[in-house]
Design a protein around this ligand. Structure first.
Ligand SMILES: *[C@@H]1O[C@H](CO)[C@@H](O)[C@H](O)[C@H]1NC(C)=O
Ligand SMILES: *[C@@H]1O[C@H](CO)[C@@H](O)[C@H](O)[C@H]1NC(C)=O
Ligand SMILES: *[C@@H]1O[C@H](CO)[C@@H](O)[C@H](O)[C@H]1NC(C)=O
Ligand SMILES: *[C@@H]1O[C@H](CO)[C@@H](O)[C@H](O)[C@H]1NC(C)=O
Ligand SMILES: *[C@@H]1O[C@H](CO)[C@@H](O)[C@H](O)[C@H]1NC(C)=O
Ligand SMILES: *[C@@H]1O[C@H](CO)[C@@H](O)[C@H](O)[C@H]1NC(C)=O
Length: 487
C-alpha cells in the first residue's frame, strides 16, 4: 500500500492537479465473483425474425439487486434501474434525445489476452486429485475449459439489447415521429457501435409494424472530431494507479485461495481480476446456448468478491473520464453543446471536439427534429454525465472523490447503473401547463435524475435553467480542451 501515499486522493477534478499523471503500467483486468444459489433470469422471447436468440439465460446468482450480473460494472447486461415514470400531468414530451452505449461485446484484444494468460496459468498448474474434498475441486473444469471468445465485436445478445431498446423507444415515443420526421440517428465509427445503431433502427421499425424505418445517417470517424468517442484527449491519464490500490486491498485473499487450489499457477492479483472478467464475458457471449462453464467461473467467487469487482469498475470509470479525471468531463462537452443546440433549436456553439463541417449542415445535423438517437461508448458517456453534473458525489464528502481504499455504500456512482452494456441516457424536453413552458428531464437507464444542479424539482428543470446550468459546456470547458494536448 506504500504507493497510496503518493496519490492525491481527494482532489476534485477541477483542481486540475497534474500529479494525477502518475502513470502506472499495471494492467487492469477487471473482475469479480462469487455465488450463491443459481437463479436464472429468463429473457423475453424476441419476436424479430432476424435475430437468432429466441430465449436467453444469463448467469444470475442471488436475487433482486443482489444478482451478481448487476455487479459486473461496465460489463453488466442492460437492465432498468427504475421503472419508467410518465411525465407529470399537464406536461407533454415534445423532443427526445437518446445517447446509447453499444450492446454486449467480446473482450477487447488486450483484455482477452490477459484473461487467456490467467487461464493458461491455471491449466498448467498441478491440480490436486479430483476426489479430494475442498475448494480445489472447483477448478477441475478449467483443465478442459475452451476459451472461444472473439474480439471487441458485438455479440448476438448485445444486438438483441439494442434491438429491444429500439422497440421500447417506438412504444414510448412513437407518437413523436411520422414519415417526414423520422428519428435522426448517428453512431461513432466502431463496428460494434454501428451495428448497435442499426439493430436499434430495426427494432424501432419492427415495433412500428414497418411503418417507419429510421436510417443511420451519420457515422463519426473515431480518429477525427467525434463527439461520441473519448479518443480526443491524449493528455488524460490512466485510472490504473487508483484501481491498483483497490486491487491490492481486495484481491490478495482471492489470489491466495486460487493459488492454494492450483499449486504452481502463481496467479497474481491482476490474473485474479482477469479471471473474474471471464465470468461476464463468457456469460454474455453464450446467452441461450446452455453452456455451463461460465457459471462455474462465476461461482468461483463470493457475492462480496463480486461487489469488490464492481468497485474496481466504479473507480476505473471515475478516474478514467469521470469526476476523478481532470481531463475527463471536457471530453463530454462537444456532445452537450450539440444537445443544447437541439433542445433550443439554435446552431451548435462549441470549441472542443465537434466537427463543425458536419454540425453546420442540416443534412448531418438537423435541428427541429423530435427524436434523436446517438450511439457511443461507456467512457464517453461517463465524460458526458460528469460534464453535465450527473452522479455528483459531493454527499460523500472528500470533495466528492471516491476513495480507492474503500467503497462507500452511500455512493451513487455505480457503473453497473450508469453504463452497463446498451446503457442509455434519455433527455426529454417537455411542454407544461397552458403557457407551454419548456422543461427538461433526464433518465439514465430509466431512472429519473434529480437535476439538483439546475434546481430540479420532481426531476425536472425549466429548459432555460438547464441551459444556464451548463456553464462548463457553454464555455467549451474554460480552456480544459487545450490541456488535452499539453505534454
Ligand atoms: C445486428 O447485430 C449483429 C451482430 O451481433 C449483426 O450481425 C447484424 O447484422 C445486425 N443487424 C442489423 C439489422 O444491423
Ligand atoms: C468532419 O467530417 C467530415 C465528413 O465526415 C470529414 O471528412 C472530416 O475529415 C471531419 N473533420 C474532422 C476534423 O473531424
Ligand atoms: C511458480 O513459481 C515457482 C517458484 O518461483 C516456479 O518454480 C514455478 O516454475 C512457477 N510456475 C509457473 C507456472 O510459472
Ligand atoms: C476539430 O476540433 C478542433 C478542436 O476544437 C477544431 O479546431 C477544428 O476546427 C475541428 N475541425 C472541424 C472540421 O470541425
Ligand atoms: C419545427 O417543427 C414543428 C413541428 O414539426 C413545425 O411546426 C415547425 O414549423 C418547425 N419549425 C421550423 C423552424 O422548421
Ligand atoms: C457537485 O455538487 C456540489 C454541491 O451542489 C457542487 O458544489 C459542486 O460544484 C458539484 N461538482 C461538480 C463537479 O459539478
Amino acid at each position: 500500500m506504500g504507493s497510496s501515499s503518493k496519490l492525491p486522493l481527494y482532489l476534485p477534478y477541477n483542481d486540475a492537479g497534474r500529479q494525477h499523471r502518475n502513470r502506472s503500467s499495471i494492467t487492469i483486468a477487471l473482475l469479480a465473483f462469487f455465488a450463491a444459489s443459481a437463479l436464472y433470469l429468463a429473457w423475453p422471447a424476441w419476436t424479430s425474425p432476424g435475430l437468432s436468440i429466441s430465449r436467453g439465460e444469463i448467469n444470475s446468482f442471488g436475487a433482486g439487486s443482489g444478482r451478481i450480473q448487476r455487479r459486473w460494472a461496465q460489463y453488466s447486461p442492460w437492465y432498468a434501474v427504475a421503472e419508467y415514470q410518465r411525465p407529470p400531468q399537464g406536461c407533454t414530451i415534445n423532443q427526445v434525445n437518446i445517447l446509447q452505449r453499444h450492446g454486449a461485446r467480446y473482450p477487447t484484444s488486450g483484455a482477452g489476452k490477459d484473461i487467456q494468460s490467467a487461464l493458461q496459468k491455471l491449466k498448467s498448474a498441478r491440480l490436486p486429485p479430483r476426489t479430494r474434498q475442498g475448494s480445489s475441486n472447483k477448478l477441475h473444469f478449467l483443465k478442459h475449459f475452451v476459451y472461444d471468445l472473439g474480439e471487441a465485436d458485438l455479440v448476438p445478445y448485445g444486438a438483441s439489447e439494442s434491438y429491444e431498446a429500439g422497440r421500447t423507444t417506438f412504444r414510448r415515443y412513437g407518437h413523436l415521429v411520422d414519415e417526414e420526421n423520422l428519428p435522426f440517428v448517428r453512431a461513432s465509427g466502431s463496428e460494434r457501435v454501428i451495428l448497435s445503431a442499426t439493430n436499434w433502427t430495426k427494432g424501432f421499425s419492427f415495433a412500428s409494424q414497418s411503418a417507419y424505418f429510421p436510417v443511420l445517417s451519420v457515422i463519426l470517424d473515431e480518429s477525427l472530431n467525434d463527439t461520441l468517442d473519448d479518443s480526443m484527449c491524449p493528455s488524460a491519464t490512466s485510472p490504473s494507479p487508483y484501481t491498483s490500490i483497490w486491487l491490492s486491498q481486495f484481491a490478495p485473499p482471492i489470489t491466495s485461495r486460487l493459488n492454494a487450489a492450483a499449486p504452481g499457477a502463481n496467479l497474481t492479483d491482476e490474473d485474479t481480476h482477469n479471471l473474474m472478467s471471464l465470468c461476464p464475458f463468457d456469460s454474455v457471449a453464450h446467452v441461450g446456448q446452455g453452456r455451463k462453464e461460465a457459471r462455474k467461473v462465476c461461482k468461483l467467487f463470493s457475492e462480496e468478491e463480486w461487489e469488490a469487482y464492481e468497485y474496481f469498475g466504479d473507480l476505473n470509470k471515475f478516474y478514467g473520464t469521470g469526476y476523478g479525471q481532470p481531463l475527463g468531463p471536457i471530453q463530454g462537452v462537444g456532445y452537450i453543446n450539440e444537445l443544447l443546440a437541439r433542445l433550443t433549436n439554435k446552431p451548435v456553439h462549441d470549441h472542443t471536439q465537434t466537427n463543425t463541417t458536419l454540425d453546420s449542415s442540416p443534412l448531418t445535423f438537423p435541428l427541429n427534429k423530435t427524436l434523436y438517437a446517438d450511439f457511443s461508448h461507456d467512457n464517453q458517456m461517463i465524460a458526458i454525465y460528469s460534464a453535465i453534473g450527473l452522479f455528483n458525489q459531493s454527499h460523500l464528502g472528500f470533495g466528492g472523490i471516491l476513495d480507492p481504499r474503500r467503497p462507500d455504500e452511500r455512493r451513487t456512482w455505480r457503473v453497473s447503473e450508469m453504463v452497463p452494456f446498451a446503457a442509455r441516457m434519455v433527455v426529454e424536453r417537455l411542454s407544461c401547463g397552458e403557457g407551454g413552458e419548456e422543461y427538461v428531464r433526464i433518465l439514465v437507464n430509466e431512472k429519473v435524475q434529480p437535476l439538483e444542479f439546475c434546481g430540479g424539482s420532481g426531476g425536472m428543470c425549466a429548459l432555460e435553467d438547464f441551459v444556464e446550468s451548463q456553464v462548463y459546456a457553454r464555455s467549451s470547458g474554460g480552456g480544459d480542451f487545450e490541456k488535452c494536448f499539453e505534454k
